[in-house]
Design a protein around this ligand. Structure first.
Ligand SMILES: N[C@@H](CCC(=O)N[C@@H](CS)C(=O)NCC(=O)O)C(=O)O
Length: 340
């Protein structure tokens, strides 16, 4: 029996072997990194983790692995599977990325390695919780006193169907950034073709075969989901309602979503609201749009506070490689502080 730590080291070495481009593989922050993050610039779940690491001031090795459309590296999936911990594989598709409701997806980012305890952590919510608990640096983003409220907010963001609105068009008018519209045309077929090819390469490794098989089912369900007009209409209505409900919670004038202190719930909301803006859905709080006429001024002000945080700017808004969009042009003019 190979000791777990040796197995971790061997899987990590194999996964890292092809990751040599210095622009995509680099150390963020100062000091000896405790963490290693496999992520993708545009990935919402990766953005949550990068924002959390930046708020904590933690240093880490960042590997930007381009997972779109479906560049599935078997050694990366093998490494990620070490963090599965018996969870069911995700097979269905609801347009959400929550591991709690959808199951474990073996072929996604982010994945976090804790190099101190040699553990693989999966799922942005779990990863952020681990970082907050493990880091000596920075202030606590999850406090015992606020735990329930923070968890409630995190669950709302986690359940928001962000994946559906990225991969699918609204049937009455595709508001997504122009560049994304063309990238997403036919994306599920391209992913499925790459997954089938990966499955052939994985033959003889039952865990990997099962993982890829489930992912093929999930992507097939995703293709059908985003091609169903009423589903996409309902998805956008749901997000509009989620933002309206957030506005009502902010009605008492609180600065951050759980009160006066910035918490992990704000890390999640920052990422979610910025994604909505980037994708062309700031109409959720601006109103005056065929898909939502009602402005939500508390959310508008809250979003400005969130987007103005230096850690969020560095980790998300100005993160190199994040595709620009015609909806965030105010950030194009000022290149911001140099990357560390
Ligand atoms: N529950 C996971 C979901 C991760 C996830 O869905 N990642 C997306 C990007 S946000 C991804 O890697 N998609 C690529 C693909 O499915 O091929 C988390 O929150 O980390």
């Amino acid at each position: 029996m190979i000791p777990a730590a040796n197995h971790f080291d061997a899987c990590r070495r194999r996964a890292n072997a092809p990751l040599t481009d210095p622009e995509r593989n680099r150390v963020i922050g100062a000091g000896t990194p405790r963490f290693e993050l496999y992520h993708f610039a545009l990935s919402l779940c990766s953005q949550k983790v990068r924002a959390c690491l930046a708020e904590k001031g933690a240093s880490y090795i960042a590997h930007d692995i381009n997972i779109q459309p479906g560049n599935y590296h078997l050694d990366y999936i093998r490494l990620r599977l070490l963090g599965r911990a018996g969870r069911d594989l995700a097979r269905g598709y609801t347009g959400r990325s929550s591991m709690r409701t959808e199951g474990f997806d073996p072929a996604v980012v982010p994945t976090l390695l804790d190099l101190r305890d040699k553990q693989v952590h999966v799922d942005s919510v779990r990863i952020c919780e681990h970082i907050d608990a493990a880091c000596d640096e920075g202030t606590a983003l999850i406090t015992a006193a606020q735990r329930e409220r923070i968890d409630r907010e995190i669950a709302i963001v986690d359940a928001t169907p962000h994946v559906a609105i990225l991969y699918g068009a609204h049937p009455d008018g595709d508001f997504r950034p122009r560049k994304i519209r063309s990238v997403m045309a036919g994306v599920h077929d391209r992913k499925i073709a790459k997954l089938r090819a990966a499955l052939e390469r994985a033959r003889g490794d039952p865990a990997l075969e099962a993982a890829l098989d489930a992912k093929i089912d999930k992507e097939s369900a995703g293709k059908a989901h985003v091609a169903t007009p009423d589903v996409m209409r309902a998805t956008v209505r749901e997000i509009v309602a989620t933002v309206a409900a957030l506005n009502r919670r902010l009605d008492d004038g609180r600065v951050w979503v759980c009160g006066d202190a910035y918490t992990m719930a704000d890390v999640m909301w920052a990422t979610s609201l910025f994604r909505l803006k980037w994708i062309g859905m700031a109409f959720c709080w601006r109103g005056d749009h065929p898909l939502n006429d009602k402005p939500q001024p508390r959310v508008a002000a809250y979003a400005n506070r969130l987007f103005g945080r230096p850690a969020f700017q560095q980790a998300v808004i100005r993160w190199p490689g994040t595709p620009t969009s015609e909806y965030i042009t105010e950030y194009d003019r000022d290149p911001g502080p140099a990357e560390t």
